[in-house]
Design a binder for this molecule. Structure first.
Ligand code: HEC
Ligand code: HEC
Length: 160
């Protein structure tokens, strides 16, 4: 009887943890991009030349608008485009942006979002600095399907 009681108690505790966990979600938990992740030739070429072309479903539309409005000073580089190119890529990103975002925030970095930090909380700060990784923004170093917008756990391989 005592044993039964304690397993009921454990169940009760773990289910409240789950509820408390989603309460802590501040609305920046956009989940994963929908698969197959949409693509656009110009986006792939322009936004994939310096780093991975980040799947549009990773940020809300307000973030993409801010990023596309500030390409002249983009994280210390100049990534400016012609008005036509900018218009085409902005439309692609905004039309395929995260629809699960409930927070009023519009971060410029995926890596600074609550959802990102939460999904990677087990990764030690020193690991991000490994030569084969260099930056948390280097998704493809660990997510072997990142270029198709696939961030499923089973496709993660952490390089040594
Ligand atoms: C000239 C090089 C260059 C081009 C072109 C470029 N970027 Fe970047 N981008 C950078 C650099 C550098 C960073 C910072 C990377 C880091 O912190 O590791 C960055 C970071 C980002 C981040 C934030 C990553 C994070 O930390 O979550 C986003 C989002 C982003 N770029 C979107 C875009 C989009 C959209 C385009 C196409 C319109 C684009 N970039 C084109 C150089 C570029
Ligand atoms: C150092 C390696 C590493 C880098 C770099 C990295 N991730 Fe991850 N990511 C992981 C690991 C490990 C997990 C699985 C955590 C777990 O076991 O729950 C994960 C989980 C995720 C998940 C949740 C997957 C699921 O099935 O629920 C998403 C989404 C994700 N990462 C997106 C990104 C994005 C976007 C970037 C780049 C901006 C990135 N990650 C960069 C290692 C990394």
């Amino acid at each position: 009887m005592k044993k039964l009681f304690s397993s009921i108690l454990i169940f009760a505790i773990s289910s409240t943890t789950v509820i408390a966990d989603s309460d802590k979600d501040n609305g920046e938990n956009r989940g994963k991009p929908t698969l197959p992740s949409p693509s656009n030739a110009r986006w792939k070429q322009e936004c994939g030349s310096c780093h991975l072309a980040f799947a549009p479903g990773l940020l809300p539309s307000a973030s993409w608008r801010k990023i596309m409005d500030g390409l002249g000073e983009h994280f210390g580089t100049d990534a400016a485009l012609t008005t036509q190119e900018n218009g085409e890529i902005t439309a692609f990103l905004v039309n395929n942006a995260s629809t699960r975002w409930r927070a009023p925030s519009a971060p410029l970095r995926i890596t600074e979002t609550y959802g990102f930090k939460r999904k990677h909380h087990e990764i030690a700060p020193t690991l991000w600095k490994r030569p084969a990784i260099k930056s948390p923004a280097n998704c493809a170093a660990c997510h072997t399907g990142a270029d198709q917008g696939d961030f499923e756990e089973h496709r993660v391989r952490i390089p040594r």
